[in-house]
Unconditional design. Structure first.
Length: 263
């Protein structure tokens, strides 16, 4: 073989080795997924309205299955006002999902987040113990003498919605207790500690210990649920991906299955 041809072959081989070495030195620290995207890692801390508990537990499982490098810590469920106060007070949270826009506005106004997006809607129903022993049939029945009613506190989204619904119907109710989240209201009704309570339509789905009825005017009082990744989220990329998952096709399917309306 001519010497010149051998030299050319040597140059090609040397060049290939040099390129391979450069590629190895520049490999990303995160392994690419099968789709070619960088795999997410980290631990997510999420605060969500109590009414989202069943849906978000399922959404969290689906998200972790899709992103095995991400672990979601046990989600903190409570009244949105309580969660907003905790976040403003410095609680380390990656994602906040509120049952109303008012409490989300507190987070935005505090400079902790921007651009929250509505991902679901909900309306109220009257929940009564199984069999409806007090014979509650309407909002007006909640104001009858002797009727015991449990409501959410006014600062909680379900409480604000309840007052709006009752006011529109011209009904004044003196509750036997005012709870800090909708789960507490439903728990008392299911236990027979009250004749009725106003809760979200999603809360009574798949429950066999309570009955419910949709009061007149409920469709005019709609809670819009916003979600946001906090500005200083420790795992910002994973937080943004979770928000996208909630608002994406699979997240919306899960929310719809739990009775939530579309954004």
């Amino acid at each position: 073989m001519p010497a010149r041809r051998l030299s050319l072959i040597g140059l090609v081989v040397a060049g290939s080795l040099l390129l391979a070495g450069c590629a190895g030195a520049g490999e990303p620290t995160s392994a690419p997924s099968a789709s070619g995207a960088t795999e997410l890692t980290g631990t997510l801390t999420i605060s969500a309205a109590a009414s989202l508990s069943a849906a978000f537990d399922e959404i969290a499982q689906g998200f972790e299955a899709e992103h095995p490098g991400v672990q979601i810590a046990p989600i903190s469920y409570d009244g949105s006002s309580t969660l907003a106060t905790q976040i403003i007070g410095g609680a380390p949270v990656d994602v906040f999902a509120s049952a109303d826009e008012n409490n989300m506005d507190k987070i935005v106004d505090a400079g902790l987040a921007q651009g929250p997006q509505v991902f679901a809607t909900n309306t109220l129903v009257i929940a009564v113990p199984r069999g409806n022993p007090a014979g509650i049939e309407s909002l007006a029945d909640l104001a009858k003498p002797g009727a015991t009613v449990v409501l959410c506190a006014s600062e909680v989204p379900c409480g604000a919605a309840s007052q709006k619904l009752l006011s529109a119907a011209g009904v004044t109710v003196t509750p036997v207790s005012q709870e800090q989240n909708v789960t507490a209201v439903l728990t008392k009704v299911a236990a027979g500690e009250a004749d009725a309570g106003l809760v979200y339509a999603t809360d009574v789905q798949h429950r066999d210990d309570v009955d419910s009825l949709t009061p007149e005017g409920a469709d005019a009082v709609v809670n819009r649920y916003p979600i946001v990744a906090l500005k200083d989220a420790p795992d910002a990329e994973a937080a943004a991906a979770f928000v996208a998952y909630v608002r994406g096709e699979r997240g919306q399917q899960i929310l719809a299955a739990h009775g939530f309306g579309a954004p």
